[in-house]
Ligand binder design. Structure first.
Ligand code: GDP
Length: 363
């Protein structure tokens, strides 16, 4: 599965948000949910298309696609130099697919701020500096290693050493790797180096309830930073989210509606986390079960079949594919088929986001 690590300074609301996330996940009985350990939780990804499919098909059961969140507490100033349990946490961050960086944007005199007052710009810089220093150290070591190895005359190793040096120069300027133009090509040959600042990031602005309706200056500053860095912003109020997480699904809907919202901050955070990973969803939809599946872009129909069962991949004959938008217009699978919207695709077909697929296979 894919995962997203939650980072941020102490006392900004990470565990409040993490607990609400996992609690809300546990409450939706239709979804598989598990807590692997106290700091890891797998949550269902909200998807309006899935809701519509369920409403129309009325299956006996539904299974959403999921994303794992990991609460990575303990990142403080000096972490890259081994302050606190610094290096251990940085090692954890290296292993995640995406990062949710929680930033305190709420003013509450009762909650102590480790750095003094509320200042999202300073806070983001503290964390990002640690992440950059950590990447820098890793790249420096890799440059040395590759330069030495390149003396043997291997072209590929030489190219790698050069790519690493180019990256190092950017990181030394304080640039997060993901904001370096063309970084994907640069890092393509460097896949074995899990560089933290090349991972996609969402900033989670943890705000006071009143600020949900309209950004305050803190949030505006977070948005400015995110825009420069190729990152997205999700605004949420941690304390409200933990209240919502106590409610059942119906109550939660009513509560959100009373605040003029159709989705909780957490739901946006989950959906955004999923989006960050550049994944796509296809559906299997029958009366027994409507289910969402996750694949990476470029996955073929036959490989996608293997997500469901290796027998289906092995015995693949063809895929009967209906685009979600066609289903939405038609309102039922039968009607979509009648309108000629169901296509027969072979094993090399590249699965598209929102495809509803029925696999034919030999046993
Ligand atoms: P962590 O150290 O980043 O995991 O932070 P916690 O989740 O433990 O939160 C630190 C304190 O801030 C706790 O007392 C929370 O109740 C409080 N807190 C978290 N989110 C909010 C929020 O949105 N508004 C306010 N006023 N307090 C919050």
């Amino acid at each position: 599965g894919f995962n997203c690590g939650i980072v941020g300074l102490p006392n900004v609301g990470k565990s409040t948000i993490f607990n609400a996330l996992t609690k809300a996940g546990a409450e939706s009985a239709n979804y598989p949910f598990c807590t692997i350990d106290p700091n890891r939780g797998i949550v269902p990804v909200p998807d309006e298309r899935m809701d519509f499919l369920v409403e129309k098909i009325k299956p006996q059961s539904t299974v959403a696609t999921t994303i794992e969140f990991i609460d990575i507490a303990g990142l403080v100033k000096g972490a890259s130099q081994g302050e606190g349990l610094g290096n251990k946490f940085l090692t954890h961050i290296r292993q995640v697919d995406a990062v949710a960086h929680v930033v305190r944007c709420f003013d509450d005199p009762n909650v102590v701020h480790v750095e003094g007052g509320v200042d999202p710009v300073r806070d983001i810089e503290i964390i990002n500096t640690e992440l950059l220093l950590s990447d820098m150290e890793l790249i420096e070591r890799a440059v040395d290693r590759n330069k030495k190895a390149a003396k043997g005359g291997d072209k590929e190793t030489k190219r790698k050493a050069e790519a690493l040096e180019a990256l190092l120069a950017e990181v030394q300027k304080g640039r997060m790797i993901r904001s370096v133009e063309g970084f994907e090509e640069l890092t393509e040959s460097l896949k074995e180096y899990p560089l933290i600042t090349s991972k996609p990031v969402m900033y989670v602005a943890n705000v006071d309830e009143a600020v949900l309706a309209e950004d305050n200056d803190h949030v505006k500053k977070v948005r400015e930073i995110a825009a420069k860095e190729n990152a997205v912003v999700v605004k949420i109020c941690g304390s409200i989210e933990s209240e919502i997480a106590e409610l059942d699904e119906e109550e939660a809907k009513e509560f959100l509606a009373s605040m003029g919202l159709d989705r909780s901050g957490l739901q946006s955070m989950i959906a955004q986390g999923y989006k960050l990973l550049d994944l796509l969803t296809f559906f299997t939809a029958g009366e027994k079960e409507v289910r969402a599946w996750t694949v990476t872009g470029g996955t073929t129909a036959q490989k996608a079949a293997g997500k469901i069962h290796s027998d289906i991949e092995r015995g693949f004959i063809r895929a009967e594919v209906t685009s979600y938008s066609d289903f939405e217009t038609a309102g039922s699978m039968a009607k979509a088929k009648e309108l000629g919207k169901m296509r027969l695709e072979g094993k090399e077909y590249i699965v598209q986001d929102g495809d509803i697929i029925y696999f034919r296979f030999n046993v």
